[in-house]
Design a protein around this ligand. Sequence first.
Ligand code: AMP
Length: 548
Amino acid sequence: MLGSMMEVPLNVISIIRHAASNHPQAEIVSREPSNQLHCYTYASAYRRICQLGRALARLNLQQGDRIATLAWNNYRHFELYYATAGMGLVCHTINPRLHAADVSWIANHSQDRVLCFDRAFLPLVMELLSELQSVEHFIVLDDSATDWPPARVDLQAYERLLAAESDGTLDWPTLDENSPCGLCYTSGTTGKPKGVTYSHRSTVLHAYASALPDSFRLSARETVMPIVPMFHVNAWGLPYSLPLVGARIVFPGEYLDGQSLYTLCEQQQVTLAAGVPTVWLGILEHVKKSGHGFSSLERALIGGSAASESMLHTLEELHGVEVLHAWGMTEISPTGAVNQPTPASRQQPVETLAFKKKQGRAIPGILFRLEDEAGEEQPWDGKSAGHLLVRGPWVVDTYAGGIAGARPDGWFDTGDIATIDPHGFMQIVDRSKDLIKSGGEWISSVTLEDAATAHPDVLEAGVIGIPHPKWVERPLLVCVTRDGSNLDAQALKAFLSERLAKWWVPDAIELVERLPHGATGKLLKTELRKQFAHYILPTAAANELEQP
Ligand code: AMP
């Protein structure tokens, strides 16, 4: 016997349709490259999304085709999220901060057929042109395409595509709720990045669960600024969960320095802002220097890496801004846990700030399991650390291209080591991988080691993360050079600068006699970390804290 309710497939376009009907006057404000503010309503956004849907229909695409974006957080990027999903296409957000070779590798791997990009990324797209194998349509997110140099392809301007379409609503195709709507690549822990393809079902369920009072506590009465980029796990799903509840949205565009973000927050009376710790550090540094406070900000959503105790102290105790500490990953759409108190947790004899350092309880829909090395389940006693496993409707099963994600028993190993207390509050205590977390983005130590050993004079290389006051961690490269070589750190850095994205270049290079190895001949990173435990990076000096 089955239940007798309507079978309505979960569908991303229904979110914005709901917002346009029920919160037609709620605003979406975007900071444009000119620094002017663009402001319109959910009703106007939906009209343009329908126009964009019609324009996409003319490009002769098949359902499931990937539409890549290289764009900041702005209203056009938001429109693309919905029009692509509505038409049965897949919005593939690519991180423009990656090295050009990685961007083209990812676009080729996912066989993107269309590339939409902010005008600011024109030089990057020019550099990629000869590498992109599958892209047929290039669309600049602007109103004209005049300064496209002679090339093998036509460039179309987004606004012209829209202007050519009639106004009025669109009959969106009926889609299977398990069909794909979004694609993000992980940052490549062991080799190449892996694609995670989100479905309509997973995206809608994640939006519902993350909006709940004990998750991000979103509502129509909030003004929310997603600082976390729309190319970083869909800005934590906020472009879906905010219209779901009808919240007012403020997109900061490309202006991500502390002063610009603080000014926008104040001007627009933002009540909740979401970003990685590095972004919050920039805002708090500005606030400290200027001596101002927050007149509207009630809550700070922090995730991507651990919020430090001093950040928690500054926000909560100095500025009265409540911190929502959250944990997630690309493979979990991304939200897995949020730290919101329960009556029982409030009775705990722990200091509030130490407690806030925990990443929180699983949001409804996500299950946690802790295992030791042998696969034995570990108790939730707040002390036993184990591999953190998750399962749920918005957790990856298989990566793009059929690469295995979840284990055959249905659990996904996050690669994080955690404890969980008796109230369900999880805390990340370590990561089992060796990635370096710089400003909320990953840097693959394997890639850096490969780049270093590509130098003919480098015999062996090991890269570890060193704590950094602004970027959380920055890479230190430790190298053994070949006998007789007179290669120095400066020359090696210049060599790497030609091969790596600027922010991937190690902050320091140390040349040593030998690197520590384990019994099987593998480099022992644990030992290397011990050797450099008190290392201070040259970029950690106060006057070097600008954007790498
Ligand atoms: P990504 O897929 O790039 O979002 O990275 C996911 C990883 O970031 C997780 O597996 C964690 O190691 C780390 N991470 C995310 N949020 C937090 C947090 N609040 N505290 C500590 N680590 C975090």
